[in-house]
Design a binder for this molecule. Structure first.
Ligand SMILES: [Zn+2]
Length: 223
C-alpha cells in the first residue's frame, strides 16, 4: 500500500510510476469472481487492513510468533492530505531526524485474525504500541504462556479513554473457554492454516525515498 501526501497549496509528493499498464480483465479471469474472492478483495481495501479496536473487547487470534515489522514514525502536522505519520528511516541518515524532529510513535506489527464478526473472521494488521508490545513479548517468551501463535491461545483487546490518553487492555483466553466467555467459536485448524498462508510479511508503512523526504524537509524548512 503506498501513501500519497499533499501539502496544502504546495506540490504533492509524486507517486511512484506505474509498473506496467493495467490489463483489462477477460472472461477467463475467473480468479476474482465468486463470494470467496469478494470477501478477500473487500478485506484488502485499505480501510479494512488494520485491526479496529473499540471499547467493546474484540476477540483476536495472533497469527505471528513475533512482529513481522517494527518501526517508529514521525508526526508531521503540516501534511495536509494523507497520513501525517511518516516512517523514520531508523538510522542516522533520516532527513526528519536530521532537522531535529523526533519520531513520536512506535509500532509493532502483527498479523491477527479479528473475530469482531464471529461468523466472518478476517485477517488484519495490528499495530501495537510499546506497552502492549511488551506485554505480548512477555507472553511470547514465557514457556507456559507462549508462543503467541499457539493453537489454543486467543486474546481480547479493547481500549478506554483515560483523560487525554488511550489505554489498551489485553486479556488472554484459552480456546476451550472462548465460546463460553465471549460467544466466539475457536477457529478450525484449516482456517488458521489458511490465514497463516495469507498473512502479510511486507511492511505496511513504507519508507519515503530520499526524493520524497527531501521535498518534505524542504517544505518544513520553508514554513
Ligand atoms: Zn527519523
Amino acid at each position: 500500500m503506498s501513501e500519497q501526501r499533499t501539502f496544502g497549496r504546495r506540490r504533492g509528493i509524486p507517486s511512484a510510476p506505474a509498473q506496467e499498464a493495467p490489463k483489462a480483465p477477460t472472461e477467463s479471469d475467473s480468479g476474482t469472481g465468486g463470494w470467496g474472492s469478494m470477501d478477500k478483495l473487500a478485506s484488502q481495501a485499505s480501510g479494512d487492513l488494520y485491526l479496529k479496536i473499540s471499547e467493546d473487547p474484540t476477540v483476536i487470534k495472533v497469527i505471528d510468533a513475533d512482529p513481522f515489522d517494527n518501526y517508529v514514525a514521525h508526526w508531521v502536522e503540516e501534511i495536509k492530505e494523507g497520513s501525517k505519520s511518516v516512517r523514520c528511516w531508523g538510522n542516522d541518515d533520516c532527513p526528519l531526524c536530521g532537522i531535529g524532529d523526533k519520531p513520536k510513535k512506535f509500532s509493532a506489527c502483527f498479523n491477527v485474525v479479528s473475530c469482531e464478526d464471529p461468523d466472518n473472521p478476517e485477517l488484519r494488521v495490528w499495530e501495537a504500541g510499546v506497552k502492549i508490545a511488551r506485554q505480548l513479548k512477555d507472553i511470547a517468551l514465557d514457556d507456559r504462556r507462549g508462543p503467541l501463535n499457539r493453537d489454543d491461545l486467543y486474546f481480547t483487546i479493547s481500549k478506554s479513554q483515560k483523560a487525554k490518553a488511550v489505554e489498551y487492555h489485553l486479556e488472554r483466553i484459552r480456546a476451550r473457554d472462548l465460546e463460553e466467555e465471549t460467544g466466539v467459536r475457536p477457529l478450525s485448524a484449516d482456517e488458521i492454516a489458511e490465514f497463516t498462508a495469507d498473512r502479510r510479511t511486507e511492511p505496511v508503512k513504507e519508507l519515503l525515498d530520499s526524493g520524497e523526504m527531501s521535498q518534505l524537509v524542504k517544505m518544513l524548512l520553508d514554513d
